[in-house]
Design a protein around this ligand. Structure first.
Ligand code: AGP
Length: 372
């Protein structure tokens, strides 16, 4: 009903706007005196967490992109190798699982059958299991050794938004907790990353202010047949998430690529007028990657691509080559996903609305997939 939407035109619009609070609520109670201590992880004992040799993240869809995003931070901070696997692919081969493997499942609903089966399989194979879940008392957390709840609040729209950013926040808390226990970051480094994480809700709120210009962009693009998304490093999973949102909501063929992969194939898709969203790494924080992405932009622009750049405020290098620039606030490289995903969510939502589609209930989809 209208009152449930709190004055918003759709649940999705409401949930997109709630993202700063969803992240802040997920961080709450898990940072003390500038240090991450996730109470739910203390069940394991520090020796167990210190002895983990490998992490396997299992999830589907958007939750799997949250896992792919967090892989960069977990490996960098905690120094543990991370594999991210789609639950249904993991479950039906013979994955190598040992008792020093930690399996982290991610599920908004906690009821996704593919992920539930994968968790059960991992437990039986002797892995330790942690669930990242948004729904209190759901089946997957009950089947896991420990659970870190995201506190995004109920997510009603089929397309996941606030749960996604909350999943990344929970995984970053997990990574910082692990790094502290394992001694892989110094106290000073832990404090810096924790402060970056705490600054994210306000920066997401700032990013939401771009909504009007993104709506206009979407309204111009209602006839678009295909959209490409390019990203590098943590921008890569965000590119795939942006493409998934557009498929789900606007029924447009969309694909996310790693920017470095362009010349290995996807650049053949570029023809005059082809819209390409490019997530541009920070020129300060990612000084080694930024010029590479700018040169990718030049390569596809020369072939007629229409560039929509998502770039840090003050990034002057992209301006001459982009048809549209969407600005995001300054953040350390590993934290850019929280900001870069927001314009992509809004774009997909606005394009869906502009095409007269049901943004909360896209065709053929269910909020939680409880069959295999
Ligand atoms: C996201 O927009 C999707 N509707 C879908 O990919 C979803 O993230 C996936 O089905 C996993 O759901 P879960 O988080 O409830 O397990």
């Amino acid at each position: 009903s209208a009152s449930e939407k709190g004055g918003w035109s759709s649940f999705m619009a409401k949930e997109v706007s709630e993202q700063p609070d969803a992240i802040a609520n997920t961080l709450r109670g898990r940072i003390t005196d500038g240090h991450v201590v996730v109470p739910e992880l203390t069940e394991f004992g520090d020796d167990v967490l210190a002895g983990i040799r490998r992490i396997v993240i299992i999830a589907c869809g958007t939750a799997a992109y949250a896992g792919q995003t967090a892989k960069y931070a977990i490996e960098k901070w905690a120094g543990v190798p991370v594999d991210v696997e789609l639950s249904h692919e993991f479950r039906y081969r013979d994955p190598v699982i040992t008792d020093d493997t930690l399996v982290v499942s991610i599920s908004q609903s906690g009821e996704t059958m593919d992920t539930l089966m994968a968790v059960k399989y991992a437990r039986e194979a002797g892995a330790k299991t942690i669930s990242i879940c948004n729904t209190q008392g759901a089946t997957i957390p009950r089947e896991s050794d420990a659970v870190i709840y995201t506190h995004a609040g109920p997510e009603v729209a089929v397309a996941s938004t606030k749960a996604f950013v909350s999943q990344i926040a929970a995984l970053y808390l997990f990574a910082l907790h692990l790094a502290r226990v394992r001694g892989s970051l110094t106290e000073a480094e832990l404090a810096v990353q924790t402060a970056e994480l705490q600054a994210i809700p306000d920066k997401v709120a700032t990013t939401l202010l771009e909504a009007d210009s993104i709506r206009q962009l979407a309204q111009w693009m209602t006839d678009t047949r295909a959209v490409l998304f390019l990203g590098r490093h943590v921008g890569f999973p965000i590119a795939m998430e942006g493409a998934l949102k557009l498929k789900e909501l606007a029924y447009i063929h969309a694909e996310g690529f790693a920017a470095g992969e362009l010349k290995h194939g996807p650049i053949a898709l570029i023809e005059p007028g082809q819209p390409v969203f490019v997530i541009v790494p920070s020129p300060r924080g990612s000084a080694h990657l930024h010029p590479k992405v700018v040169s990718n932009i030049q390569e596809i622009r020369a072939r007629g691509a229409r560039i929509i750049a998502i770039a840090e405020i003050g990034d002057a290098a992209v301006l001459p080559f982009a048809d549209t620039v969407i600005h995001i606030p300054l953040a350390a490289p590993l934290f850019e996903p929280f900001l870069a995903v927001v314009p992509l969510q809004i774009f997909a939502m606005e394009l869906s609305i502009a095409k007269g589609l049901d943004v909360d209930q896209p065709r053929n989809l269910a909020k939680s997939v409880t069959v295999e």
